[in-house]
Design a protein around this ligand. Structure first.
Ligand SMILES: [Zn+2]
Length: 161
């Protein structure tokens, strides 16, 4: 007879099962991407180093991690530090939010209901209400993603070291 422990070991369903697996998959994807980046720089990357990068970036979505790595590869002469990689991810989110804010502003300015005032006249006791375009504008910016916390120390500037 198989022990319950043995069954539990090969059944990843339970309070820690699926989420634990998802984290494992995310971690492996991160490691693979970091290995690619290291290969592009001919940089020696230890398991310990990958762990440090992972901890610094684990709150960043997987696509954004990859975009940050790609940006570093395009803009940095040397393999990015943890701070540089996190800064690249934060920059990407900020650029997206700025772009969304511009779209949101244009959307409100062109709004046929309020002509940019954000307020709309209606019949009834409350004769002025918030226009629908205000909510849509806020949604547009929210969809661009939450701003990332930036590293405590400025990214190391190789030029002036
Ligand atoms: Zn409007």
């Amino acid at each position: 007879m198989e022990s319950i422990k043995a069954i539990a070991r090969r059944t990843p369903i339970g309070p820690h099962g699926p989420s634990h697996d998802a984290q494992k998959v995310a971690r492996q994807a991160f490691k693979d991407a970091m290995d690619h980046l290291a290969a592009a720089y001919r940089h020696e990357l230890t398991t310990e180093a990958i762990r440090v990068y992972w901890h610094a970036l684990k709150d960043v979505s997987e696509p954004l991690q990859h975009e940050g790595m790609a940006r570093c590869a395009q803009t940095l002469k040397f393999f990015p530090t943890v701070a540089e990689l996190r800064t690249a991810c934060a920059d990407i989110v900020d650029e997206r939010r700025a772009l969304a804010a511009r779209s949101a502003k244009a959307l409100q300015e062109d709004c046929p209901d309020c002509h940019g005032s954000g307020l709309r006249d209606v019949e009834g006791p409350n004769t002025v209400v918030r226009c629908r375009c205000v909510k849509r504008a806020l949604e547009l910016i929210a969809e661009a993603g939450e701003p990332l916390k930036r590293p405590a120390l400025p990214a190391w500037d190789g030029e002036h070291a």
